[in-house]
Design a protein around this ligand. Structure first.
Ligand code: FMN
Length: 209
């Protein structure tokens, strides 16, 4: 199956060369995003392509600062050190020439508003427990990463810098009110690629009735 071969091309890339990413290629990745499914076809996403090195460095700086602020709240020195070390996992994006930020705006599932107005509790309705608006963004993000891989670029879907999501958003010279940062990825020509992490077997991830 052709598609499986293409899916195998996508791995999380954490090392990049300095080679530039063509604007036309990024546009193709955004076309792939346009094709993603979303509840009520709401397409409640917005992708920010950051090519400006200074902005990438500012994003790095706010993540480092927030990491320190949070680390200071951890009393146990071992746990504190462990948390501080995780910063490298949150800064993978800076190794690539481009950083892509994926934002989502609020999405309310069908009839949610009406049911809330009827006095039902969110907990009883259950529709938002599975974060459908974020699921939409997940589909869009995967389309982006797959298109990038098909074009020979590397990505690494990242959420660990999200503890600084608000601060990152504030550094951008854009008005993104109504949106929240949900994920980000470096984008560039892969350098050394690590081994694909082992997958669970099919019996473990599925049941047949
Ligand atoms: C929602 C999500 C969040 C992730 N966050 C990070 C991250 O913050 N930093 C990172 O280096 N990798 C991150 N990853 C990449 C995963 O570690 C990776 O997808 C997983 O180990 C499987 O490897 P593969 O992508 O190479 O197949 C994330 C992946 C997903 C889907």
């Amino acid at each position: 199956m052709e598609l499986i071969k293409k899916l195998e091309k996508r791995v999380s890339v954490r090392n990049y060369t300095d080679a530039p990413v063509k604007k036309a290629d990024i546009e193709l990745m955004l076309e792939a995003v346009q094709l993603a499914p979303s509840g009520k076809n709401r397409q409640n996403w917005h992708f920010v392509i950051v090519e400006d090195r200074r902005v990438i460095q500012e994003i790095e700086a706010v993540i480092r600062k927030k990491n320190q602020t949070l680390a200071e709240c951890i009393e146990d020195p071992n746990k504190k050190r462990k948390f501080e070390k995780l910063i490298e996992y949150a800064l993978v994006f800076k190794r690539a020439p481009v950083t892509v930020l994926a934002f989502a705006s609020e999405y309310r599932p069908t009839a949610m508003k009406e049911m809330l107005e009827a006095g039902l509790e969110e907990e009883a309705i259950q529709l938002e427990r599975t974060a459908p608006g974020i699921q939409n963004l997940g589909a869009a993000m995967e389309h982006f990463c797959l298109a990038a891989a098909d074009l020979g670029y590397g990505t690494c879907w990242m959420t660990s810098p999200n503890y600084a999501a608000k601060e990152i958003q504030e550094t951008l010279p854009l008005d993104l009110s109504g949106f929240q940062l949900v994920a980000m990825t470096p984008l560039g020509v892969p350098g050394q690629i690590g081994e694909r992490p082992k997958r669970k077997n099919i019996e473990e991830i599925s049941s047949w009735i």
